[in-house]
Design a protein around this ligand. Structure first.
Ligand code: ADP
Ligand code: MG
Length: 319
């Protein structure tokens, strides 16, 4: 049976070339570049709440890091380091090896170095803390949107939530639609390069993890503005467009969660630059609405300008 220290040494100790000191001591020692602010974020995944207890470990390793990298992206920060706290019910080395492989594959792609953590026995859960850097003054905060800003969304929302609805038996997806939705749910792609490129272009940003309307609501409240969204401009993935249960598809689109897309606002004067950047990164960017002065509420309008009533707002662990 592997001991705690065997597990750490074998599976979670890797070179961390840019850290002064990585895994193995009481603390890691890190040196942010001059002029950069350290952006720090933690997200926890718990069995039975965020994933099924029998979820594939490689995909969990990916997702545990991906959801955190998404937070850095939403701040305009480039990833540097991460720590991983993990509770394991048993020392199942096959499981741990697969988890570590999923984690480090994504970490390698975005040059994120694992520099520490904690390993304990307990009900399966993992918490990753990421540390990234953003030049002082260029962070994309939630409180910086201005009335008149364009509202943009990367990719499309709703597929992860539709996959979850399928797994819970609320809808039956098949073939390519099922495949596309499951990929979005289990192995989301954090928009790291987009977040970094939005520095100086976007005014405010958030990553969509709790649903499009709910997360837009966070920007609106922090910035004290309202929003007008164009119903027909909201990007719809094929699986949602083809879904026979229209009410479910709309709910996933607006309030599903687990999307890890970036929602951002920018001055109208940046439109051409943003479009060019999206083409350059090959990331679809949709102009979905405009920030307006007034209460922090979202008005969703159809093509004739009529307000479309919106369903439940988003995901809240305690609601
Ligand atoms: P301490 O008791 O001083 O907190 P630990 O015995 O918990 O240290 O951990 C030993 C070293 O291994 C520390 O550097 C810690 O950051 C690292 N570590 C523990 N668990 C993990 C993990 N899951 N991933 C990465 N590093 C880890
Ligand atoms: Mg410890």
């Amino acid at each position: 049976m592997a001991s705690e220290f065997d597990i750490i040494r074998k599976y979670f100790t890797r070179e961390a070339p840019t850290a002064d000191l990585g895994v193995g001591d009481d603390c890691a020692l890190l040196r942010p570049d001059p002029g950069m602010l350290l952006a720090v974020s933690t997200d926890m995944l718990t069995a039975g709440i965020h994933f099924f207890p029998d979820a594939e470990p490689g995909k969990l390793g990916h997702k545990a890091l991906a959801v955190n990298l998404s937070d850095l992206a939403a701040m305009g920060a480039g990833p540097r380091w991460a720590t991983l706290a993990i509770a394991l019910p048993e020392a199942d080395e096959k499981w741990i090896a697969a988890f570590a492989q999923g984690f480090f594959r994504l970490a390698g792609r975005w040059r994120t170095e694992l520099v520490g953590g904690d390993t304990t026995r307990g009900p399966l859960a993992m918490s990753v803390t990421v540390m990234g850097e953003v030049p002082a003054g260029l962070a994309l905060r939630r409180d910086a949107a201005l009335a008149g800003d364009d509202i943009w969304l990367s990719g499309a929302t709703g597929e992860a939530a539709l996959a979850l609805a399928h797994l819970k038996g609320r809808v039956k997806l098949e073939g390519a639609a099922l495949e596309a939705c499951l990929v979005r749910l289990h192995t989301p792609e954090p928009r790291v390069d987009l977040g970094v490129r939005l520095r100086g272009l976007a005014r405010s940003a958030i990553d969509v993890s709790d649903g499009l309307l709910a997360d837009l609501g966070h920007i609106l409240e922090a910035s004290r503005v309202g929003a007008e969204l164009a119903w027909d401009k909201l990007p719809r993935a094929k699986a949602l467009a083809d879904c026979p249960d229209k009410a479910l598809a709309d709910d996933c689109l607006l309030a599903g969660g687990d999307d890890y897309e970036l929602l951002f606002t920018a001055s109208k004067s940046k439109r051409a630059q943003i479009e060019a950047m999206g083409r350059d990164l090959e990331i679809p960017l949709a102009l979905i609405g405009v920030a307006v002065s007034g209460d922090p509420v979202v008005r969703l309008r159809d093509t004739r300008g009529k307000v479309v009533s919106s369903p439940r707002k988003g995901f809240d662990h305690f609601a």
